[in-house]
Design a protein around this ligand. Structure first.
Ligand SMILES: *Cc1c(COP(=O)(O)O)cnc(C)c1O
Length: 431
């Protein structure tokens, strides 16, 4: 828990009060062993945190401590190691509760990640509520993991998808989203609205409070895909008012294979289990099984204990650093990156939302995004090239792919300059 490099976080009520110098990025970088390496003989410039983020010592140590000292199954053994494992696992759940702002830790279900969290809601919440002619409302901004689970449940139930459109800057047309909810022909038909907090492909930040309020005015439950918001901005599920919120561990500096679903307690109480097995039962006979209380009802089988402990350590690390301070640092990086890249002739930035996280999706005239990615790798710079698991977003702009630089709490202004310099070399090479 915690970290030695605490720079006290600014009070949530007064964002931006920290002077830039209070955020000691070099000291933060020293906590991330992976960042110290060289790639092809060049210092690593890691600009792919939207795909997966690097891990700080606090996380690596928490995972190692469990494996080296406390490795036992949870909620079972009577011996000390098992008690320690259970305590650490449930402590991690409380850390996630604080991180997302849930009222109770019983509203936090550990999952494999955002994808599994959304599938859980699709199958256990949406499926029993959907009938032929009903609908699930999503937006044109979604990651495949907030599209495909809804398509599956629609196929299973005879419901259909409604998709709120994007504008030219890559923002959801909120008036259209609201109009779809208010449309009399959809009245009582839309059972759930599911949308991202931040787009991984473009960085667009959705006005989620407004979207949740609009859905609730029409009695529609809401799920937010928070995979990208969790590492980049403070938020509070109580203030947002959403019914469900999904996050991935590996996007918030924790291990892969762990994530969490926040769900309002009243929903969890009424939802059938997602998976069946051990850990999720109260009693089992061949005639009848009764289930454990939430959240355990939704955590069948031996969970990813070390992953959950790593996730707890990761969100504690972020909270100690100060989430307002992280967001302010990343806003500086985004402004600098946007300015530096926009100044490069022949470069187009895709996604120009007014409210945007530190993601820059771009293309270069005459150079395929994969060639950009491969060339930059030779310079030690890791960027993503492809459709970013958001093909409909690419289709919206008539693109097959973009190159994407995504920034996180450990990136520096010097790395932004290295990126711009690397892109100039790409242009020279391919001209
Ligand atoms: C990464 C991501 C997902 C999927 O998360 P997994 O960890 O792969 O389950 C979903 N939505 C967004 C916006 C993402 O960035």
């Amino acid at each position: 828990m915690g970290t030695s490099l605490t720079t006290d976080s600014a009070p949530a009520s007064s964002p931006g009060v920290l002077p830039a110098t209070a955020y000691d990025v070099e000291r933060i970088r020293a906590e991330f062993p992976a960042l110290a390496q060289e790639i092809h003989g060049k210092p690593l410039v890691y600009l792919d945190s939207a795909a997966t983020a690097q891990k700080p010592r606090a996380v690596l140590d928490a995972v190692a401590r469990f494996n080296e000292r406390d490795c036992a199954n949870v909620h079972r053994g009577v011996y000390l190691m098992a008690a320690r494992a259970t305590a650490s696992y449930e402590e991690a759940r409380k850390s996630v509760q604080r991180f997302v702002g849930a009222e109770s830790s019983s509203e936090i279900v550990f999952t494999r990640g955002t994808t599994e969290a959304i599938n859980l809601v699709a199958q256990s919440f949406a499926r029993p509520r959907l009938a032929p002619g009903d609908a699930v409302l999503i937006t044109g901004l979604e990651h495949h993991s907030n599209i495909v689970p809804w398509q599956l449940v629609c196929e299973q139930t005879g419901a259909h998808l409604l998709v709120a459109p994007l504008d030219g800057r890559g923002q959801v047309v909120i008036e259209e989203f609201e109009r779809m909810l208010a449309d009399p022909s959809n009245s009582g038909r839309i059972k759930l609205a599911a949308f991202s907090h931040i787009s991984n492909a473009l960085g667009t930040i959705n006005p989620v409070e407004r979207m949740v309020a609009a859905a609730h005015r029409h009695g529609v439950a809401t799920l937010i895909d928070g995979a990208q918001a969790a590492p980049h901005m403070p938020f509070d599920v109580g203030a947002i008012g959403c019914d469900f919120y999904a996050i991935s561990g590996h996007k918030v500096f924790a291990p892969t294979g762990i994530g969490a679903l926040y769900a309002k307690g009243k929903h969890l109480a009424s939802m059938p289990p997602y998976h069946g097995g051990g850990e999720m039962i109260r009693s089992v006979t061949f005639e009848k099984t009764t289930y454990a209380e939430p959240p355990h009802k939704f955590e069948a089988g031996t969970p990813n204990i070390s992953g959950a402990i790593g996730l707890g350590a990761a969100v504690e690390y972020m909270m100690a650093l100060g989430r307002e301070a992280i967001a302010a640092h990343e806003a500086r990086l985004l402004a600098k990156a946007t300015e530096a890249l926009a100044a490069i002739p022949g470069l187009d930035i895709w996604g120009r939302a007014e409210n945007k996280a530190a993601v820059v999706s771009f293309t270069l005239d005459g150079v395929h995004p994969h060639d950009i990615g491969t060339f930059l790798d030779g310079e030690g710079i890791a960027v993503r090239a492809g459709h970013h698991c958001a093909q409909p977003v690419m289709d919206h702009f008539n693109l097959a792919a973009t190159a994407r630089a995504s920034f996180a709490l450990y990136n520096t202004e010097a790395e932004v300059e290295a990126l711009a310099e690397g892109i100039r070399k790409v242009q020279e090479f391919f001209s």
